[in-house]
Design a protein around this ligand. Structure first.
Ligand code: CIR
Length: 264
C-alpha cells in the first residue's frame, strides 16, 4: 500500500456524452435526461476536476453505448496498473473493448477480469483496502476474480454486501478522507464501515452519498443542501456540482471518471 492519501489524483479519463445518453439505463423511469443537460453537467464536472488538479484524457462519444459516459464501470485504475472489468449489464459489456486501447497505452500493466461480472461502481478504494460490493451488477464469481487481479497489483481487498435494490455499492457511499466514509444510513447500518469514522447522509438525500473526494475538494451533488451543509460544517472544502440530469439515469459523481495517481 502507498502512504499517499487514497483521494490524491493527478490523472483522470472521462468520455464525452453521446446524444444517445438520453436512452441510458435506469431502474425506474423518472423521465429521460436531455443531451444538452447531461453535456452541461459533464462539462462543469470536467472543468471542476481540472481545477482540483488533475490532467484529463477526454475520450470521444460512443453513440452505440448510451451509458459509456460512465467510464468508472468498465475498468478500474490504480498507480500500479489497470483492470478491465466485465460490466453486469449486457448492454454495457462491450464498453470494455472501447476503453481497453486507451488503458493499454497509458498503463504498463493491464489485467483482464477472468470470470464473472463486476462493475467499477461497486468498488471503493480506501486506505484499509479495496471494498467490492456484491450487487445486481457484480456477482460472487466476478468479485472473487477481481480479488485475484487486485492481489496481482498488490492491493488487499474484501467482498461486502450492497443494500438490496441499490444499483452499485458506491451509489451509497464515498471516501471523504483517509479515516472517514460518507454513507447512507441503510449501508452504514450493515456494519461494513467499522474501521472508519462515518458521516451519515441526512434522510431524503440518499443520492448525495455518491460524492467524490479529489485532492483537497469534495464534490457533492448540488441538489442536496443538507449534505452540503453537513460537510461544510465538518470543515471539508465542498464544491457542489449539478447532477440532476445524470441522476435520471441512476448516475452520480464518481461514475464519470477513472482516477489515479500517475507516477510518471
Ligand atoms: C447504468 O445503469 O449502468 C447507468 N445508467 C448508470 C451507471 C452509474 N455508474 C456508477 O454509479 N458507477
Amino acid at each position: 500500500m502507498t502512504s499517499r492519501p487514497a483521494y490524491h489524483f493527478n490523472s483522470i479519463i472521462v468520455r464525452e456524452p453521446s446524444r444517445s445518453v438520453v436512452n441510458g439505463l435506469r431502474a425506474e423511469d423518472r423521465g429521460s435526461p436531455t443531451y444538452e443537460g447531461v453535456k452541461a453537467e459533464h462539462d462543469a464536472y470536467l472543468e471542476a476536476m481540472r481545477k482540483a488538479g488533475v490532467t484529463a484524457t477526454v475520450l470521444p462519444p460512443l453513440e452505440a453505448f448510451p451509458d459509456s459516459i460512465f467510464v468508472e464501470d468498465p475498468a478500474l485504475v490504480f498507480s500500479e496498473g489497470a483492470i478491465l472489468l466485465r460490466p453486469g449489464a449486457a448492454k454495457r459489456e462491450k464498453e470494455v473493448e472501447e476503453i481497453a486501447p486507451t488503458l493499454r497505452d497509458m498503463f504498463d500493466t493491464v489485467l483482464d477480469l477472468p470470470a464473472g461480472y463486476a462493475d467499477g461502481g461497486d468498488v471503493l478504494t480506501t486506505p484499509e483496502g479495496v471494498m467490492i460490493g456484491l450487487s445486481a451488477r457484480t456477482d460472487r464469481a466476478g468479485a472473487a476474480a477481481l480479488r485475484t487481479c487486485l492481489d496481482q497489483l498488490g492491493r488487499n481487498s474484501e467482498i461486502v454486501a450492497t443494500p438490496e435494490g441499490v444499483l452499485h455499492f458506491k451509489t451509497d457511499c464515498s471516501l471523504l478522507d483517509d479515516e472517514t466514509i460518507l454513507s447512507t444510513n441503510r449501508l452504514a447500518r450493515s456494519g461494513v464501515f467499522q474501521k472508519f469514522r462515518q458521516m451519515v447522509i441526512p434522510e431524503g438525500e440518499e443520492p448525495a452519498a455518491n460524492a467524490l473526494r479529489v485532492n483537497d475538494v469534495v464534490f457533492v451533488g448540488a441538489d442536496f443542501p443538507r449534505t452540503i451543509e453537513m460537510l461544510d460544517k465538518a470543515g471539508y472544502k465542498v464544491v457542489p456540482l449539478k447532477t440532476t440530469e445524470i441522476g435520471k439515469i441512476d448516475a452520480g459523481l464518481s461514475c464519470m471518471s477513472l482516477r489515479w495517481f500517475s507516477r510518471e
